[in-house]
Design a protein around this ligand. Structure first.
Ligand SMILES: Cc1cc2nc3c(=O)[nH]c(=O)nc-3n(C[C@H](O)[C@H](O)[C@H](O)COP(=O)(O)OP(=O)(O)OC[C@H]3O[C@@H](n4cnc5c(N)ncnc54)[C@H](O)[C@@H]3O)c2cc1C
Length: 358
């Protein structure tokens, strides 16, 4: 089986590793001249760790990042919620091997996937852009900036602006959010929560989340144009490694498959980083699609993945609207709910279990 993967982000690289480890080393290209240095996603879910375990990638991801011990929540400058994973693992999961959430910058996750792909005999073709495709019942003819070649299948893992999706004339239904969001990666030696994922909600609807991404390094993401200034508590920043704003699209492709060409990851769906689901959905798409191609059941792929992403988008959007709402009722509900959860071991256990099962 001869497969071309367009895009060497986490989705394309996962598909490459999954196909290669099962004996089908694909061709993978990326228009970038070299691997991306951007660390967009940091949260790797338990389900992604489970999916990446058979290839040996999970072991390396766990070795590379700091162990996350729990989560905490602030309303304005008050710490109202603190949850330690190890205290609230469901009884039968006490021996669970994977943590409920693991933090690692996306460029490191990509580097680990790339290195595993190389060990399996593959190589990413950097500096090669997909240009166009034509397909019939038997194959797909693809033109790239380097050559014209025929493939049995093509995977479009080429991100939100996917040219593969555009060539297939597949609708990308949804909308854009008006407000700018921001991200900041900083070096600080005095961060209060070096082993926890923390969320800061404010009564004016602003929010900021913080994740440890290395020794003395913290990532902040906010629904404002300035993540660091949105924090209601002090952070002693030694160095800002990266700071930028970004806009958010909430969209989903109407079809994930057209004939022998399939869409995965951000090429198929995108939404806000609330819940940290984007990369994890892409990893799940990629493993499912690799399995469908190998088992000659790629016609099932759309059905297997579309509904799941559709639900995730609507949950993520409901969460984003609630967390960023500044109306009086939600300003009352948010701190009350945080205090309530903080006092309930039962809810904490259910929450940790939902993270493990996701
Ligand atoms: C600030 C921020 C924080 C985030 N945090 C999280 C998080 O904590 N957890 C999470 O799960 N997700 C998170 N996400 C989302 C996550 O980053 C994306 O969902 C993920 O990068 C999607 O991966 P992908 O491989 O599908 O697409 P991409 O990462 O966009 O990769 C697509 C690749 O295709 C290549 N390409 C594009 N066009 C062509 C072409 N014509 N020819 C060849 N190559 C091409 C591009 O160069 C690129 O390398 C976050 C996003 C942002 C912006």
């Amino acid at each position: 089986m001869n497969v071309l993967i367009v895009g060497a982000g986490p989705t394309g690289l996962t598909a490459a590793v999954e196909l290669a480890r099962q004996g089908f080393v694909p061709t993978i290209i990326d228009q970038r001249l070299e691997p991306s240095g951007l660390s967009r996603a940091v949260g790797i879910s338990t389900s992604s760790l489970r999916l990446l375990a058979p290839s040996g990638v999970t072991e390396k991801l766990l070795q590379a990042g700091p162990a996350l011990q729990g989560i905490c929540g602030y309303f304005n400058d008050k710490l109202l919620l603190s949850l330690n994973f190890s205290e609230h693992l469901p009884h039968n999961d006490h021996d669970a091997f994977y943590p409920p959430l693991h933090c690692l910058p996306q460029d490191q996750t990509e580097a680990i996937l790339t290195s595993r792909f190389r060990e399996l005999g593959g190589e990413v073709g950097y500096g090669i852009a997909f240009v166009k495709l034509e397909q019939n019942d038997l194959s797909v003819a693809v033109t790239t900036t380097s050559e014209k070649a025929e493939y049995d299948f093509v995977i479009g893992a080429d991100g939100i602006q996917s040219l593969v999706r555009q060539q297939l004339a597949v609708a990308f239904n949804g909308y854009e959010l008006d407000e700018p969001w921001s991200v900041a990666d900083v070096e600080t030696s005095h961060w209060q929560h070096p082993q926890q994922f923390s969320a800061f909600l404010k009564s004016n609807g602003e929010m900021c989340v913080a994740a440890p991404i290395g020794k003395n390094r913290v990532r902040f993401v906010s629904n404002t144009a300035d993540a660091l200034n949105t924090l209601p508590i002090n952070v002693n920043v030694h160095n800002i490694r990266r700071q930028s704003t970004f806009t958010i699209s909430v969209r989903q492709a109407a079809d994930y498959s057209v004939g022998r060409v399939h869409l995965a990851g951000d090429a198929a769906h995108c939404h806000s980083p609330v819940g940290g689901r984007g990369m994890n959905l892409g990893i799940a798409d990629a493993t499912q699609l690799a399995s469908c191609l190998i088992n000659n059941s790629s016609t099932n792929y759309h059905q297997l993945r579309y509904e799941h992403a559709s639900k995730t988008i609507s949950i993520t959007e409901r969460g984003r609207r609630l967390l960023s709402s500044d109306n009086k009722l939600s300003t009352l509900i948010k701190p009350t709910a945080m205090k309530f959860v903080n006092q309930s071991s039962f809810i904490k256990r259910r929450f940790v279990k939902s993270m493990l099962d996701d």
